[in-house]
Ligand binder design. Sequence first.
Ligand code: BES
Ligand code: MN
Ligand code: ZN
Length: 492
Amino acid sequence: MKFNIKSDSIHDISADIIILAVDDKNQIILKSKLSVASNAFLSNIINTNDLKSEVGASLVVHGDKTFKRVMLVRTGSLKLFNAEALIKITNIFSNVISKLNIKKVLLPIEQFFNEHISAHAGTEFIVRELINASYIINSLKTTKAPTVSIQTLLQYEGSAIKEVKLGLTHGSAVAEGANLTKDLGNLPPNICTPTYLATVAKDIAKQYGMKTKIFDKKQIEQLRMGSFLSVAKGSREAPKFITIEHSLGLKKQKPIVLVGKGITFDAGGISIKPSSDMDEMKYDMGGAASVLGVMKTIGALKLPINVVALIPSCENLPDGLALKPGDIVTSMSGQTIEVLNTDAEGRLILCDALTYAERYNPELVIDVATLTGACVIALGHHATAIFSNHDPLADELKAASNISLDKAWHMPLWEEYQPQLNSNFADMANIGGRPAGSITAACFLARFAKKYHWAHLDIAGTAWKSGKDKGSTGRPVPMISQFLINRSELKK
Ligand code: BES
Ligand code: MN
Ligand code: ZN
């Protein structure tokens, strides 16, 4: 997908198709920019009522002398036309276009800007959604889907050209980051192993001038990450602890540390999961994949901010040597953990990464994890759960989520829940019983994040879709990227 910004007037740009929005009153929004002849030609068509009235309805017609083809697309009432509606109709017209044999699309973007949608945000959402909608699963089918390479001409004659350019830059960086996240999630677990994730980290670091260090099993032992390693014991796949450092911020600026859960397959271990849908546990590295996606985004943007990515990665499998229910392990922090359920493994690998994060004297730490089925019960598949030991940080993430339309919801992390983790034999148990399962998982992590401001994002419901549209969503790359963009602008 290629984009160019064009500031010529509509009639002076040649393309295979032009996209024109029509409101609920049958008015072409850009009618003042069209010739008398084009207006007459198009209003005749609209008056036939072939263009349905629902938002996103579209109609492709062969053009008059000036346009080869015109796609009319319904915005509905302009008072209600907001960024969510813009994303929805962008998705629809993108799908229609991809089925036509077309190379060049003329998209006047000003028609989508209004008091709810700024030039920056509007351009960003359009670009993000066009890239998102054109994503093809890099499948291992032998017959490949044909790749269509479309050039989109973003036509804009107004005065906010700087904002439009910034929207294009941000939108494509965020979407390309999210596409990497999707690619990694969708890969099968026999390919996307901890070693594979380490290779991807090295590639990103090389491409964008970041530093990377990959710790192998021996080095992880030297770090005394006993909790992380206890999970890896049941697998013959080598565990990796992956670190990437992006340091384009000021030298003395404390880094923001992102921690991603990188379980490349979660069978549950000895507390084995039921077999139905177990394949979906290849997505249990969704946190790691989104942290890598965000690193790609901020690398492409050369974002002037210090960010460190930490990814503990291994498989969780049953084996003769695997971790057992009842085992007590010692974390890097020194705290002991009684493992009552080996399927609550995410927290066991994350806690050591959270302790390791202390070495950076971080400004704040955000971990991202497909952590609990209970989170899906609480919020379904629409919102990522935000937990934090610092309310202003949760508010800041929520604000970034609102701006990027990557939904999230602030959940409680009250002390009252902590006793559910009591153990008679160790400092804590790794599970807290059925009530409030996503909260007690966060409570567990909080015990390892006491030395800094920290937020935990549970993406169990949002990282991938099941059913016939099974596939990774690339979330929450938009939210975290927006958070970092906001932060880098504050620091200017
Ligand atoms: N990776 C799973 C969480 C998960 C399950 C995410 C289903 C998305 C869909 C995690 O490792 C896990 O198994 N959690 C357990 C915790 C329980 C044993 C306390 C769960 O949620 O069942
Ligand atoms: Mn599990
Ligand atoms: Zn898991």
